[in-house]
Every structure is written in structure tokens, then in C-alpha cells.
Design a binder for this molecule. Structure first.
Ligand SMILES: Nc1nc2c(ncn2[C@@H]2O[C@H](COP(=O)(O)OP(=O)(O)OP(=O)(O)O)[C@@H](O)[C@H]2O)c(=O)[nH]1
Ligand SMILES: [Mg+2]
Length: 651
């Protein structure tokens, strides 16, 4: 557990940490000279069992509030310090507001310097503190009177902190690794060290990491966790990492960087968020207000684009888009604080909701509904809500990465909520079960209508079907969904046309009668040497145009195939011919055969034999080799099919 102090300057924070741990965290020369804290101080309180309480001691001076924020963003528990003689002061209020904005609710209040005041004064200040905490997330915090000078209350406070740490237990190291760098230095003989709280996941010696947002690659050579050598560092601990790699120096890294799992490196300069404006603000927050964003240990200039109709009033919460001056390494759900540009006051704070928001059309009703869905803290609930609001799909990898979920967590989540995943361009998107069912139903409906209107056509192309389906999914997602339906067998695809499995191509009565007359000319003993359409027309005393039209319609349905110009074979005959070609080729020592060898096998005319072989060349079954032909070795599928079919002689 990491405990952060908070409170007004000189109220005894550093003295209290020393009384609790024996460590003086004011180590800078200037801190000693001025008797105040300037930067963050760190100390550890080990117990007999494995419990360790880490302390981050922050400066109270308003000028160093940026340092306070860099420390406060990584804490689990706050130790609010109020001096009994001074009582509640400006930075008591500001620090309290900040930890409340950061979502820290576990807290103890140390009423310090009680040796200096009467018991009436103690009680009065305690009452004032209770009133102050009311309405904040810290309302339940216990107030412990202490004196670092006399030692009163120190043992009790220490015991309470250790009890809280034990109650918390070891934090599950969920998610992928992130560490917010709050210090960076080099040690002679060791190299570059960064320290900070592990925000999620775990890191082990030897791991590859990336320093974000710069993108510097590094390897973890050694780890100190809670100031002890360790093999691993886990979420909820403060760690020091010895990093090695090309360009990894003390000067290349700084407070505000985030060391993370390389899979998480995706800095962003534009973040949609919820923002609560502090009640202490005098005016409502206007569109495009310049502010300073404090996130993790980083501080960056930003503008606030309002996603609400009206400015956000003091005390109110609204949706905003943060437009940053430079990229940051963030995660959805991370808390942040914004201060005014001069650094004089804290304006508000909130949670990141979407790290890849649209630049334009960022406050349409659809987009705002999506944003509300993504605002849910639990990733499962957020995913469910996002899948059931516009645009009804979620980029799976971005969702998992931006929430720092590891692969197992992401898969478990997706398998249970969105088992249907679609490949769209180079991304994979998830849709809800109900969207998938609606898509399937809409495709069936559209195809059913198409089949009814045009029973003579084999069906619709993917593009035609995707545009016939009235669902609010973008065309590329629809098209991918249609292809997935084909893969699942719900739709059939033949020769580029999609149809319902039960769809049988039909001809009108007149065409059917014509086909009944034509069919015998393409069957039985004539099947290898069918007449041309013009000859069929002459033989049957049928207008040549009609014979061609009926044959073409049947060709679209793949009942017949136009093998040579104006010459149609039944499809089964073509399959039979391909088997024969394979058999003839295989019968040759070197696999090469001449036209006459094929013709003899068919007992056919040379001209038709050439037409058939040229058709086979065109289909890629055979390859020309001068006057000879051989099988195309790439068309193994056809050869295998031919092997498995009956011998041609059996027909
Ligand atoms: N009498 C008395 N003096 C105290 C007590 N705690 C701290 N002090 C004194 O108060 C002064 C400030 O204490 P610090 O611990 O440096 O205060 P701080 O809150 O860390 O101050 P900043 O870090 O600058 O915000 C020092 O001179 C301490 O000796 C206490 O319990 N009783
Ligand atoms: Mg101090």
C-alpha cells in the first residue's frame, strides 16, 4: 500500500513520516536550510509479516503543488495532516480537493501538534475537519490526534496504517505493466534508475519495456520493490527499475514519463474525459479554456473543448475533450487534475474515457451516447454498453490496449460478451450477439427479397448485399460481417454471388420449356461434343437469340458452362472432362500430353478437344508447353478432387 501525505505547509507531514518510519525525507540541501519540503520524499515502514507501507511525503507549499500532484497520482491511501494549532488552511483544502478528484477514498486524518493546544482546541479543529470531509470521498476517515514531538498517538496511527495495508492484502497484478516515473537518476556502476508507483500489471527482471511517450526501448536489468531488491515489481508497489538500452540515460528520461509494456505504447494528444469543476471556482468553465493537465507524474499544457451545450458550472460535472500540447502515455480510467495556467489554483479533475476520440463531430448525439457507454468504469460494462450504442462495434485491440488489459483478460472479456469478431482492414472488431443476429436476419431478408424479385439471378455480390442491409454499421464492417456469414454457412457464395442456401434458381415457364428441348442435345453420348447455340437453334427451329438467352441464364446459374465461344457444356460434363484431363496427364511418363491423346480418349473431334483444353488452360488446370500440356502443380485441389472421383471410364 502506498500512503501519500497531504496538508498545508508546516503542518508536520515530514515530521510525522519520520516519527512513523524513522526516515527523514527532507534530504535536499535547500529543504534543510528552509525547513520546508520542496520535492517528494519517500520512506518505507516494514512490518513483521510481509506487509510494507510505502510513504510518499509531499510538500505543502503552494508553489510546489506540481510536485505534490506528481506524488499524489500514485497513492492508494491518503494521510491528511492538519495541525491542531493552525487548523484548516488553504492547502488543506486544495490537497483534500485533489485527492478527492483523484478518487482516493481510503484515508486517515492526523491531527498533528496536539502537544501545543488545549483539549477544547483539539475538539474544535476535529469538528471543523469532519465538516470539511463531509461530501467528499473521505467522509469516513478516522481522525487520530498525534504529536511527533511527544510521540502521542504515533503508535496508534502506525498500527492503523498497517491494519489498512493488511486489509487491502496484496493487490492483484491485473493488466499490463505501467510505471509512472517520478524520479530519474544515475548511480555510478549501475546506470539509469527510474522510480515510481506501478500503476498496473507486473514487471520482471529481463523484461523489455518502452519509455512512453518518447518510445525509447529498454530492458529491465534489476528491480527494487519498496526499496528491497526484487525479481518482480507489482501493481500497488513503488519500484525502482535499473533500465538499460540504446539511448537510455538519465537525460533521456524524466518525471512524467511512463515505463510500460511495449504493447501499451500508443501515446495520445487528444482525450475525451469527464471533468468535475471544483465548487471553489468562481466562474463556469468555458470552451477552449487553456489549462495545465496533471496526469500520473506528468504535467502538460492543454485546451478544454466542451462537449456540453453550456459551460460547466462550479461544482458540476461535464464531458470534455482535452487537446494536449504534446502526447502523453495514458490509459482509460486514469484520473487527472487540471489547474489554471499560472499554477495558482486547482480547477477540477476527472477520469479519462476515450484516448482516440474523433476530432470532428465530437459532440453529435451518437458520439455522446458512445462516450457515456465508454464512461462506465468496469471494462465489461463499458464494452457491453459500447457494443449496444453507435457505431455498434469496438476495435478489440485498441479497447484492450487503452485499458491496459492483458491478453487473458481481454480474451475472457470478449469471449463472454462479444464472441463474434470480424476482420476489418488491419483491425479486428467485435460486435454484440444481438448486432450479429440482426445482421444475419437483415442479410437473409435482403437476399430473400432479391431472390423473389430476380429468381433467375444467382444472388447478390458482397457489396450489393452490404448496401441492401439497413443497419447503422459502416460499409467495411458490414462487408466483413457478410463474409463471416458466408464462412459460417448461413449464406452461400458461388461464383461471386451470395444466396440463401435454400435458394434454387428458377426459370420462367417459357425458358424452362426451351431448356427441356435443349438439354438432350448436351446430354448422354453428345455430352462431349455439344452443338453450338446457333446449331441448337437451327436444329430446334428456335430463334438463335432465344437459345443463347436461355443458355446464358443457365450459365449464370452454373447449370451449363460456356466452354468455347457459343458452345455450352453441362456442368457435370465439364467436371468429368477435367477428371479425364488429369487422368490423361497422369498416364504420361513425363506428365505431358498432346491434343490427340486427349481427343482419342474422348473419341472426339480435334476442334472441340482444343476448345476444351483451352478452357482448362484458362481455368489454370493445365499449362501449355509448346504443343504439349501438363497439369498445373499449383492446382493440387483440382487434382485431388479428380483423384477422389470415380474413374472416367465408369460413366
Ligand atoms: N510541537 C510540535 N511541533 C511539530 C510537530 N510536528 C512537526 N512540528 C514542527 O513543525 C515544523 C514543520 O514540520 P514539517 O514536518 O517540516 O512540516 P511539513 O508539513 O512537512 O511542511 P512542508 O513539507 O513544508 O509542507 C517543524 O519545525 C517541526 O519540528 C508536533 O507534533 N509538535
Ligand atoms: Mg514536509
Amino acid at each position: 500500500m502506498i500512503v501519500g501525505t497531504a496538508g498545508h505547509i508546516d503542518h508536520g507531514k515530514t515530521a510525522l513520516v519520520r516519527a512513523l518510519t524513522g526516515v527523514d525525507t527532507d534530504r535536499l540541501k535547500e529543504e534543510k536550510e528552509r525547513g520546508i519540503s520542496i520535492d517528494l520524499g519517500f520512506a518505507y515502514l516494514p512490518a513483521d509479516d510481509d506487509t510494507i507501507v510505502g510513504f510518499v511525503d509531499v510538500p505543502g507549499h503552494e508553489k510546489f503543488l506540481g510536485n505534490m500532484l506528481a506524488g499524489a497520482t500514485g497513492i492508494d491511501f491518503v494521510l491528511l495532516v492538519v495541525a491542531a494549532d493552525d487548523g484548516v488552511m488553504p492547502q488543506t483544502l486544495e490537497h483534500l480537493a485533489i485527492v478527492d478528484l483523484l478518487g482516493v477514498t481510503r484515508a486517515l486524518v492526523a491531527l498533528t501538534k496536539v502537544d501545543l493546544v488545549s483539549s477544547e482546541r483539539r475538539a474544535a479543529v476535529a469538528d471543523a475537519i469532519r465538516a470539511l470531509l463531509r461530501g467528499t470521498g473521505l467522509a469516513a476517515a478516522r481522525i487520530v490526534p498525534v504529536s511527533s514531538t511527544t510521540g502521542e498517538g504515533i503508535d496508534e496511527l502506525r498500527a492503523a496504517l498497517l491494519a489498512a495495508a493488511r486489509a487491502e492484502g496484496p493487490r492483484a497484478a491485473r493488466g499490463r505493466f505501467r510505471l509512472a516515473v517520478d524520479r530519474c537518476f544515475s548511480l555510478p556502476g549501475t546506470g539509469t534508475i527510474v522510480t515510481g508507483p506501478v500503476m498496473s500489471g507486473a514487471v520482471a527482471v529481463g523484461d523489455a519495456v518502452v519509455v512512453s511517450p518518447a518510445g525509447l526501448r529498454a530492458r529491465v536489468r534489476s528491480i527494487h520493490s519498496q526499496s528491497r531488491p526484487a525479481e518482480r515489481g507489482l501493481a500497488g508497489e513503488r519500484c525502482a527499475l535499473n533500465l538499460v538500452g540504446e539511448g537510455v540515460t538519465r537525460h533521456a528520461l524524466a518525471r512524467g514519463d511512463v515505463v510500460l509494456d511495449p504493447k501499451l505504447h500508443a501515446p495520445t494528444e487528444r482525450i475525451d474525459a469527464t471533468l468535475r469543476v471544483l465548487a471553489s471556482e468562481r466562474r463556469a468553465l468555458e470552451h477552449w479554456t487553456p489549462l495545465r493537465l496533471h496526469h500520473a507524474a506528468a504535467e502538460v499544457a492543454a485546451r478544454v473543448a466542451l462537449l456540453e451545450e453550456t459551460p460547466i458550472a462550479p461544482g458540476a460535472t461535464g464531458r470534455i475533450q482535452l487537446v494536449l500540447e504534446r502526447p502523453v502515455a495514458a490509459a482509460v480510467g486514469d484520473r487527472f487534475v487540471v489547474r489554471d495556467t499560472s499554477g495558482a489554483r486547482t480547477v477540477g479533475g476527472g477520469r479519462f474515457v476515450d484516448l482516440r476520440p474523433p476530432r470532428r463531430r465530437r459532440r453529435t448525439p451518437e458520439r455522446l451516447a458512445q462516450l457515456d457507454a465508454l464512461t462506465r468504469e468496469d471494462p465489461r460494462e463499458a464494452l457491453e454498453a459500447a457494443l449496444s450504442s453507435w457505431p455498434f462495434f469496438v476495435d478489440v485491440e485498441a479497447f484492450a490496449r487503452d485499458r491496459a488489459l492483458d491478453e487473458r483478460e481481454a480474451n475472457a472479456l470478449l469471449d463472454s460478451i462479444a464472441p463474434k469478431r470480424l476482420a476489418v482492414a488491419d483491425a479486428v472488431v467485435a460486435v454484440s450477439v444481438s448486432t450479429w443476429q440482426r445482421l444475419a436476419a437483415a442479410c437473409r431478408e435482403a437476399l430473400d427479397m432479391a431472390h423473389r424479385e430476380h429468381p433467375e439471378l444467382p444472388g447478390l455480390s458482397v457489396t450489393q448485399l452490404a448496401s441492401a442491409v439497413e443497419l447503422p454499421l459502416p460499409p467495411r464492417v458490414l462487408a466483413s460481417g457478410v463474409r463471416a456469414l458466408v464462412d459460417s454457412g448461413a449464406l452461400l457464395s458461388e461464383g461471386g454471388a451470395l444466396r440463401l442456401p435454400e435458394h434454387r434458381l428458377s426459370l420462367d415457364d417459357r425458358d424452362r420449356r426451351a431448356w427441356l428441348r435443349i438439354a438432350p442435345l448436351l446430354s448422354a453420348g453428345e455430352r462431349f461434343r455439344p452443338p453450338r447455340a446457333s446449331e441448337i437453334a437451327a436444329a430446334l427451329r428456335m430463334p438463335v437469340g432465344e437459345a443463347r438467352r436461355v443458355l446464358k441464364a443457365l450459365a449464370r446459374q452454373r447449370v451449363v458452362i460456356e466452354v468455347g465461344l457459343d458452345r455450352f457444356f453441362k456442368r457435370e460434363t465439364v467436371e468429368e472432362l477435367e477428371t479425364i484431363v488429369v487422368a490423361v496427364a497422369r498416364a504420361q511418363k513425363d506428365g505431358r500430353f498432346a491434343v490427340w491423346q486427349f481427343r482419342d480418349r474422348l473419341d472426339n473431334g480435334r476442334k472441340i478437344a482444343i476448345e476444351i483444353l483451352e478452357y482448362c488452360d484458362g481455368r489454370g488446370l493445365t499449362l501449355r508447353d509448346g504443343d504439349l500440356r501438363r497439369l498445373n502443380p499449383r492446382r493440387l485441389d483440382l487434382q485431388t478432387a479428380a483423384n477422389n472421383s470415380r474413374a472416367p471410364d465408369a460413366h
